[in-house]
Design a protein around this ligand. Structure first.
Ligand SMILES: Cc1ncc(COP(=O)(O)O)c(C=O)c1O
Length: 488
């Protein structure tokens, strides 16, 4: 190895002791390939002279590099480079590539974890804008009142609320939820059957984890809610699709016997229709005979505009087969992270235990404020106000569609925070791209169909948008579709 090279490298290793600088220079020479495998280094005497160092310093550096594996020293023969860095790097890269070829589930995740990841997850919009689906209007939320209730609760019970709480949920909130469901949704339940969770999604995930084994059959509405499909698929359940007819999800006893049936009977997601009483009774009778669980996701029936919502399936069930799921994500605000299930009595203790394995409980102060909000009549007043507001927006959307997009046909517009519209067959992808180029989000209807023949369409979220914004955005959609130079 040329003394000149080591001198240059030594000079650039500024800022440390001499021995350290020499070690760094030697490492750099080997790593960069400027000193090759087997090459002989200058004797310690010569190098000390060239670099103006003591021989002791050079000896110490050579010994250190030998310890690190860079050099090999042989008595009477000298010091030699002991490693080919380029070849070693190539060998490591090959080993890494071989490892990558192993199946990912063996390398990284369990089968269950891989199934969960394979669902693609459930994402929520980052902010309300035209026409993301399912956002409530947060500008209209009584934030100041909520703040006052929170302040009062923290003043009165701050220390208790900041400690761990009941894993089934704050008793005051469970009482308020049971009262609300009995009076407004026709449910038959007590606070002892209510389990408070952070979201419907958590409820579906918990039910999936506790009620389903790999290979169990789950009947799903088709089209249906992707979040529920993801939760059940993650357990390795076999999803069997139930197409809809004019009475709601169809019940065909020739399908493989289900362990669980998922329904949105009051306001079918995404079409918006309500299940007939006759069909509800048929599902309950079938569940009783087959031992299946009926999961009733009552996600937005607070928002029906032209009529009272049909009472909950749970209230019709005298045999304890229905698990009712509700959420405050729409009726309060999404980040309140409060939802609930009403459980048949035998499921209460097991599911409360299971939820402690997932998490302890939702935030205690939030539960306490939600309980006060309900008990003091603010919840009922807020829902009345929101229904009026959203009904006006629903009407604005219907009007704008009739005027500017007559080929976008609403499926059922009697409720909800979004409206499913049918588009001319085969046009959804093209129209969605055109809308996106104008900055408008149009969530897909078609992708929610599985075995059932696909309906091209959109789910237009309207509740968070002022009527002017709705009209302007529908006009933009109309221009976007026209500027493609084709009829839809
Ligand atoms: C059918 C259905 N269930 C549940 C939810 C979500 O509720 P959460 O935010 O409590 O998970 C939605 C959200 O849009 C929904 O459409």
């Amino acid at each position: 190895m040329k003394p000149r090279l080591l001198l240059t490298l030594f000079e650039v290793q500024a800022g440390r002791g001499r021995r350290e600088r020499l070690c760094a220079a030697l490492r750099a020479a080997v790593r960069s390939g400027q000193a090759r495998l087997g090459e002989r280094l200058p004797s310690s005497r010569d190098l000390a002279q060239d670099l103006g160092l003591s021989r002791v310093t050079v000896e110490a550096a050579y010994t250190q590099l030998e310890t690190e594996g860079y050099l090999r020293r042989q008595v009477g023969q000298g010091s030699f480079v002991a490693i080919d860095m380029a070849a070693a790097a190539a060998r490591s890269a090959l080993r890494a590539a071989t490892a990558r070829r192993l199946p990912t589930d063996a390398a990284l995740l369990s089968r269950r974890g891989q199934r969960m990841v394979d669902t693609g997850g459930c994402s929520e919009p980052d902010r309300p804008r035209a026409f993301v689906a399912g956002s409530p209007d947060l500008q209209a939320f009584p934030t100041e009142l909520w703040r006052q209730l929170m302040q009062r609760r923290l003043r009165r019970d701050g220390a208790a609320l900041m400690y761990y709480g009941d894993p089934q949920g704050l008793p005051a909130l469970r009482e308020a939820i049971a009262r609300y469901l009995t009076q407004s949704r026709g449910a038959r339940c007590t606070a002892a059957q209510v389990l408070v969770l952070t979201s419907s999604q958590q409820a579906l995930q918990l039910l999936s984890a506790t009620l389903l084994d790999e290979g169990d059959v789950v009947w799903m509405e088709d089209p249906g809610y992707a979040g529920a499909r993801a939760a059940f698929a993650a357990s390795g359940a076999r999803l069997v699709d139930m197409p809809l007819d004019e009475q709601g999800a169809t019940l065909d006893p020739r399908r493989p016997a289900p362990r669980l049936v998922y329904l949105t009977p009051s306001h079918q997601f995404p079409t918006g229709c309500a299940m007939s009483l006759e069909r509800r009774l048929a599902f309950i009778a079938h569940a009783r005979a087959s031992g299946a669980w009926l999961v009733e996701d009552d996600y937005d029936s607070e928002f029906l505009y032209d009529q009272q919502p049909t009472p909950a399936l749970q209230g019709l069930d005298a045999h304890g087969r229905v698990v009712y799921v509700g959420t405050f994500s729409k009726s309060l605000f999404p980040s309140v992270r409060l939802a609930y299930v009403v459980l048949p009595e035998p499921l209460v203790a097991p599911l409360v235990t299971a939820r402690t394995v997932h998490d302890g409980h939702p935030s205690q102060p939030m539960q306490a404020v939600a309980a006060d909000f309900m008990d003091e009549g603010h919840f009922a007043a807020h829902l009345r106000l929101m229904r009026r507001l959203y009904r006006g927006r629903r009407d604005a959307l219907l009007q704008a569609l009739r005027t500017h997009l007559p080929w976008a046909e609403p499926l059922d517009s009697r409720g909800g925070l979004q409206m499913a519209v049918r588009l001319p067959a085969g046009s959804e992808h093209r129209l969605t791209r055109a809308a996106a180029q104008r900055g408008i989000t149009t969530p897909s209807l078609g992708e929610l169909y599985h075995a059932a023949p696909r309906t091209d369409g959109w789910r237009l979220g309207f509740a968070a948008l002022a009527p002017q914004a709705i009209a302007a955005s529908v006009r933009t959609l109309s221009n976007a579709s026209a500027s493609r130079g084709k009829k839809p």
